[in-house]
Design a protein around this ligand. Structure first.
Ligand code: G3H
Ligand code: 13P
Ligand code: ZN
Length: 284
């Protein structure tokens, strides 16, 4: 199928009470793993590219790989920019063929975040591309901050509604206690805040930092209205873990295909597991 936008997968998800997985890709094997897992699970899927992915693979390679993957499966695939850093980058991605972009203005004061996000929305919507904005700060696990300090960065529900009304974003990433990367301790999610945000914010809600969140918390967050869960770290762990396991057992191996095949299989398996957890199997 040709690429679709976020609206084509998240609208149905929020109406029917399940969530769609947004998986980060960096190379061909991971793109194949995401598309293959979605096809096997008959699930809609979001393939996203981070700043690091764009630096590593190159924008055009990502667009080429994901387009090919989308056309070779029968389920809806979104190509989404993850944590877009500027208006210029969002426009480059739109022009290169992304069907959706995130503009992350969360480090700016509210009105600056609104102005930047609104500008991206105007351009994106003119060509049918969807936009995810972010309000509140999602930590990196390297940020050694206490829970009370972290709470100061959590998304304020009233501000979230104002942000969505002012910008017209199609999805909103919120901060309720998750962080990127590997967690040092178990993350504690502020479900009361999520519920409050869901009740007053009209667009689909996105949870970043979903790797390492307990399955029952993911299920609860989906029930409370999260429609898009971002997963990168769990794929990295499984992909590199499989290579780490393969190489000592095959010290003479020089064929990268033999090294990367089990990595791709391990990535496919974890992505299928997450798709089932999010409830999007058989929803394509
Ligand atoms: O949101 C961030 C991603 O999980 C990782 O980003 O590919 O730029 O390291 P990166
Ligand atoms: P994880 O590091 O928890 O996989 O989160 C990824 C993410 O939020 C990408 O935007
Ligand atoms: Zn993120």
């Amino acid at each position: 199928m040709p690429l679709v936008s976020l609206n084509e997968v998240l609208g149905k998800a929020s109406n029917e009470g399940y969530a769609v997985g947004a998986f980060n890709c960096n190379n061909m094997e991971i793109v194949q793993a995401i598309a293959g897992a979605a096809e096997e699970e008959k699930a809609p899927v979001i393939i996203q590219a981070s700043q690091g992915a764009i630096r590593y693979a190159g924008l055009q390679y990502i667009v080429g790989l994901v387009n090919l993957a989308a056309h070779s499966v029968s389920v809806p695939v979104v190509l989404h920019l993850d944590h877009g850093t500027s208006f210029e980058q969002a426009v480059q991605c739109i022009r290169s063929g992304f069907s959706s972009v995130m503009i992350d203005g969360s480090q700016y004061p509210l009105e600056e975040n609104i102005a930047l996000t609104k500008k991206v929305v105007e351009v994106a919507h003119a060509v049918g591309v969807t936009v995810e904005g972010e309000l509140g700060r999602i930590g990196g696990t390297e940020d050694d901050i206490s829970v009370s300090e972290a709470e100061a960065f959590f998304t304020d529900p009233a501000e979230a509604r104002y942000f969505v009304e002012q910008t017209g974003v199609d999805a909103l990433a919120i901060s309720i206690g998750t962080a990127h990367g590997r967690y040092k301790g178990a993350p504690r999610l502020d479900f009361a805040r999520l519920k409050e945000i869901r009740e007053i914010v009209p667009c689909p809600i996105v949870l970043h930092g979903s790797s390492g969140v307990a399955d029952e918390d993911i299920r609860k967050a989906a029930q409370l209205g999260v429609s898009k869960f971002n997963i990168d770290t769990n794929i990295r762990e499984k992909f590199v873990g499989a290579i780490r396991e393969y190489l000592p057992a095959h010290p003479d191996e020089i064929d990268p295909r033999n090294v990367l095949k089990p990595a791709r299989e391990a990535a496919t398996a974890i992505i299928r597991e997450k798709i089932r957890l999010f409830g999007s199997s058989n929803k394509a």
